[in-house]
Design a protein around this ligand. Structure first.
Ligand code: BYC
Length: 311
């Protein structure tokens, strides 16, 4: 019996059809999706912290409004993604518990501190730029609820990327001190951003299944290369220097050669030992605990509405 279901599942993938929550799916496919989608959701929510750190210190009312909108968008992305993960049969409580107890991963990038306003520019430009590079392909991922969530997320991420590049432009074309601040942010965020794409293909245990099941359509290294190719000219326009002595255009491959990030640092960060891992988890746990009364009030309100509909 299962063989028939499996054949149908394979047939759908081969035809580029979308798998929906009620469709039969192999258990490993379901688990793989829960892992990736929930890590993605956690990244959005934890990603609010380093940026939220600058809301009260934004240099103008306009900059504050734009940053507020961006951070709020990230919260929305977390919600769409948690909902997509829940459609695979796991509860929101289980997902959040894994985050709060440190069992679940979230993007390595959010374990680095935002030291200056230029870091907000660098996050929008580089981090959101890398996120879009990875997420465009996810709009065509094989699982319907994830693919649909990604359509809206990608639109909003484009706005975020422009917000960051605008901040960098203002600083890079501003006073010498501002330009120095922009360069310092680029120096600190460049390699951690390259790590966002995940380990090299040869050391990526999940990639084979992800590509086979059309969850990912391009590999970690392919996306990292495309990001470098696209971003170098943006840095040049700003008059900033990418902090990599080995960065060099390679005519034969029609792309840049560049240095590998420090993969030992990456491993330390994803295993809980980055500069801000402890702070991030503490802040998430605090926010969750302090929000208990909001969840209780919302649940009581929903119950009242349901009772009045039933009456
Ligand atoms: N950070 O086999 P691999 C954003 C883990 S945030 C932490 O290559 P996979 C934004 C990986 O999970 C962007 N962990 O894995 C928000 C695996 O561990 P497990 C978030 C990482 O899944 C706010 C192990 O290393 N985007 O947009 O095939 C403000 C081996 O890796 C990382 C997404 O989540 C990392 N960087 O590929 C601004 C996109 N890299 O689970 C912006 C969706 C790898 O086996 N996710 N690991 O214990 C993906 O596309 C893929 O999951 C990844 C990794 C490319 C990230």
């Amino acid at each position: 019996m299962e063989t028939n279901f499996e054949a149908r599942f394979e047939e759908k993938l081969a035809k580029n059809d979308v798998i929906e929550p009620k469709d039969w799916m192999p258990e490993n496919y379901r688990k793989h999706l829960i892992r990736q989608i929930s890590q993605h959701a956690h990244s959005e929510v934890v990603g609010m912290l380093p940026e939220g750190n600058w809301i009260t210190r934004a240099p103008s009312l306009r900059a504050k409004l734009v940053l507020l909108a961006k951070v709020q968008d990230e919260g929305g992305h977390g919600l769409y993604l948690y909902t997509a993960a829940e459609s695979l049969g796991i509860s929101r409580d289980e997902l959040l518990d894994a985050l709060h107890t440190g069992k679940a991963k979230y993007s390595s990038i959010f374990n680095y501190p935002t030291l200056t306003w230029a870091d907000i520019g660098a996050i929008g430009w580089l981090v959101d730029g890398a996120a879009i590079m990875n997420q465009v392909m996810l709009q065509r991922t094989s699982y319907g609820p994830y693919a649909r969530a990604m359509v809206r997320i990608c639109k909003e991420e484009s706005f975020h990327q422009r917000q960051g590049y605008e901040v960098m432009t203002k600083l890079a074309f501003g006073t010498p001190e501002q330009k120095e601040m922009a360069q310092d942010a680029l120096n600190r965020w460049w390699f951690p951003t390259l790590m966002m794409f995940g380990p090299p293909d040869a050391e990526s245990p999940n990639s084979d299944n992800a590509i086979k099941w059309r969850i990912k359509r391009e590999s970690n290294d392919q996306l990292r290369q495309r990001f470098v190719n696209q971003t170098v000219s943006q840095a040049e326009y700003l008059g900033l220097t990418v902090p990599d002595k080995n960065l060099k255009w390679n005519e034969a491959k029609q792309g840049y050669d560049f240095s590998e990030p420090n993969w030992a640092e990456f491993k330390a960060v994803i295993h809980g030992n980055g500069p801000c891992n402890k702070d991030r988890l503490e802040a998430r746990n605090k926010a969750h605990n302090e929000g208990e009364w909001v969840r209780a009030a919302a649940a009581a309100y929903a119950q009242k509405i349901n009772e009045s509909i039933a009456a």
